[in-house]
Design a protein around this ligand. Structure first.
Ligand SMILES: C/C(=C\CNc1ncnc2c1ncn2[C@@H]1O[C@H](COP(=O)(O)O)[C@@H](O)[C@H]1O)CO
Length: 259
C-alpha cells in the first residue's frame, strides 16, 4: 500500500502470531481462541487439540520468559472504547504516571482507550510500560505507548500473566472485558488463589451502581459475605490508589514467608 501524497509505503493491517507477522490477504479470518473454543467438529478435537497444547505451552514460556524481569508491577484495566480526553482516559494517564513515579511497571491489555492512556502516562513519566495484547478477529496492534509488548493468541494464557506479574489490579470504567477482568481478580482473591493483592476500582460514579447492587442483592441474599465486599476498594484519587498499593505491599512483605 502506498501513500497517495508522497508515495511512501504505509503500514498495512497486520496480525502477529508468535514470531510471524501476517499482512493483507494473509491475515486469516479466525483467531486461535476461536479455533480452540469454537470448533464444532469432534474429529478435530482428537487430531488438532493435542497439538494445540504445544502452542499454548509455548505461549506460557514466552510470557514467563519476557515478564520475569519486570520490576514490581500493577495491572490496569478499562475500556477499549474510551476516547482520548474522556474522564477515564485522563484518570488512566495520571494513574499510569503516578505508578511509574512510585517505581511500578504498568501492565495493560495493550489496546486503545483506557489501556493506551495508562501506557502513555507510564511512558511519559519514564516508567516501564507493558502491553499484553490479544489476537482479535479484527485488525489491531499494540498501542504506540507500549515499550514491552507480547501478543497472545489465547485469552486464558494472557490472563495468567496479568495476575502473576502484578502487585495490584486497578480497574477503570469499562465494558464486558473490564468486568471479566475485575470479577476474575476478585474471585481469585476471594478463593485465596492469590493472597497478595488489592483490587481497586477507580470511578466512583461509574462503579457506584454496581457496588450498590452487589450490597443489596448479592450480600442481601447471602451470595457473598461482608468480607468479600471488603476485597474491593473504591476511589477517584490517584494518590490514594497508589498509597493503597504501597501499603498493602509493605504489610505483605512483613507477613509473608518465602515459598
Ligand atoms: C473494541 C476495540 C478494540 C479491542 N481491543 C482490545 N485490545 C486489547 N485488549 C482488549 C481489547 N478489547 C478488550 N480488551 C481487554 O478487555 C478490557 C477492555 O474491554 P472492554 O469491553 O472495552 O471493557 C481491557 O482491559 C483488555 O484487557 C475498539 O477499538
Amino acid at each position: 500500500m502506498t501513500d497517495s501524497t508522497n508515495g511512501r509505503p504505509q503500514p498495512a493491517p497486520e496480525r502477529h502470531r508468535g514470531a510471524v507477522t501476517l499482512r493483507r490477504d494473509s491475515i486469516p479470518p479466525s483467531t486461535a481462541d476461536q479455533k480452540l473454543l469454537d470448533s464444532p467438529h469432534r474429529g478435530e478435537w482428537k487430531t488438532k487439540d493435542a497439538w494445540r497444547a504445544l502452542r499454548i505451552l509455548s505461549e506460557f514460556v514466552e510470557g514467563f520468559d519476557t515478564l520475569a524481569d519486570l520490576p514490581p508491577a500493577v495491572s490496569v484495566f478499562g475500556s477499549a472504547r474510551s476516547t482520548p480526553g474522556s474522564y477515564e482516559c485522563e484518570l488512566a494517564e495520571s494513574l499510569g504516571a503516578a505508578l511509574a513515579e512510585a517505581g511500578y511497571a504498568v501492565i495493560t491489555g495493550g489496546g486503545p482507550g483506557v489501556m493506551e492512556a495508562a501506557n502513555r502516562g507510564a511512558t511519559e513519566a519514564g516508567g516501564m510500560s507493558v502491553g499484553l495484547g490479544i489476537e482479535l478477529p479484527f485488525e489491531q496492534g499494540l498501542n504506540g505507548w507500549v515499550d514491552v509488548g507480547i501478543d497472545f493468541r489465547y485469552f486464558f494464557v494472557r490472563k495468567t500473566m496479568f495476575v502473576k506479574y502484578a502487585q495490584a489490579f486497578v480497574v477503570l470504567p469499562g465494558g464486558f472485558g473490564t468486568l471479566d477482568e475485575l470479577f476474575e481478580a476478585i474471585t481469585l482473591v476471594q478463593t485465596k488463589k492469590v493472597t497478595r493483592f488489592p483490587v481497586i476500582l477507580m470511578g466512583t460514579d461509574y462503579w457506584g451502581g454496581l457496588l450498590d447492587w452487589m450490597k443489596d442483592r448479592m450480600l442481601g441474599e447471602g451470595k457473598i459475605s461482608t468480607m468479600d465486599l471488603d476485597l474491593i476498594q473504591l476511589t477517584d484519587d490517584v494518590a490514594e490508589a497508589v498509597r493503597i498499593i504501597i501499603d498493602s505491599e509493605a504489610v505483605l512483605s512483613e507477613t509473608s514467608e518465602p515459598r
